[in-house]
Design a protein around this ligand. Structure first.
Ligand SMILES: Nc1ncnc2c1ncn2[C@@H]1O[C@H](COP(=O)(O)OP(=O)(O)OP(=O)(O)O)[C@@H](O)[C@H]1O
Ligand SMILES: O=C(O)C1=C[C@@H](O)[C@@H](O)[C@H](O)C1
Ligand SMILES: [Mg+2]
Length: 183
């Protein structure tokens, strides 16, 4: 209850690479906080009535990024939400003006762990053409400095489960919140 009170309904935005666990962890965190849960990729998929890989193939990545910005803009006008963002949301500087309405948390997962999780993936369009490790490494290099602009970086290990990630987030969040003023 204490954490919820200190958050005051401010949204929590999870950012990080594909496979970092934004969707999986976000859903659990929302439940624990009594917050709503939104996944920007899921909103786009539902709106377009087709999977992201088809949106990329038929409309192109720029069209997807435009939709992503529109969804984020709308979401940021609500509160009491945990938002699992798409891995590339940090690329558009405009998106940061929306993310900054809330608390931005970077789920920082080592490359080897991401590879392990995404080995069988056939849904993520940006991972289908090159060898997985090479592609992820390239994307991480290009984005790392952007993820690092988050309010909080959570370093995740191979031993972490979605539940322990939530536990650690729960423990760490107070460190970046203002103390409650005594009445
Ligand atoms: N802490 C964890 N431990 C083990 N597996 C995990 C963990 N978090 C997520 N996973 C698994 O990794 C895969 C990717 O997770 P998830 O879809 O939540 O990532 P994401 O960050 O939302 O990726 P994207 O940016 O592509 O949406 C899923 O199969 C999920 O079950
Ligand atoms: O990292 C990325 O650029 C992406 C991550 C996914 O969440 C989706 O938003 C899409 O596959 C692109
Ligand atoms: Mg996701």
């Amino acid at each position: 209850m204490e954490l919820q009170k200190r958050l005051g309904g401010v949204n929590i935005y999870l950012v990080g690479m594909m496979g970092a666990g934004k969707t999986t962890t976000g859903r659990i965190l929302a439940q624990r906080l009594g917050y709503g849960f939104v996944d920007t990729d899921a909103v786009i998929t539902e709106f377009r009535q087709r999977p992201i890989r088809e949106i990329f193939a038929q409309e192109g990545e720029p069209a997807f990024r435009e939709l992503e910005q529109q969804v984020l803009a709308q979401v940021s006008s609500y509160h009491h939400l945990v938002v699992a963002t798409g891995g590339g949301i940090v690329l558009n500087p405009m998106n940061w003006s929306y993310l900054r309405h809330g608390i931005v948390v970077w789920l920082h997962v080592p490359l080897a762990v991401l590879c392990q999780r995404l080995r069988q993936d056939q849904e993520r369009p940006l991972l289908q053409e090159q060898p997985l490790e090479e592609r992820l490494s390239e994307l991480l290099q290009a984005r790392q400095y952007l993820y690092a602009q988050a309010d909080l970086e959570l370093r995740i290990t191979a031993a972490d489960t979605p539940e322990t990630v939530c536990d650690r987030l729960w423990e760490t969040l107070p460190s970046i919140l203002k103390p409650i003023e005594p009445c």
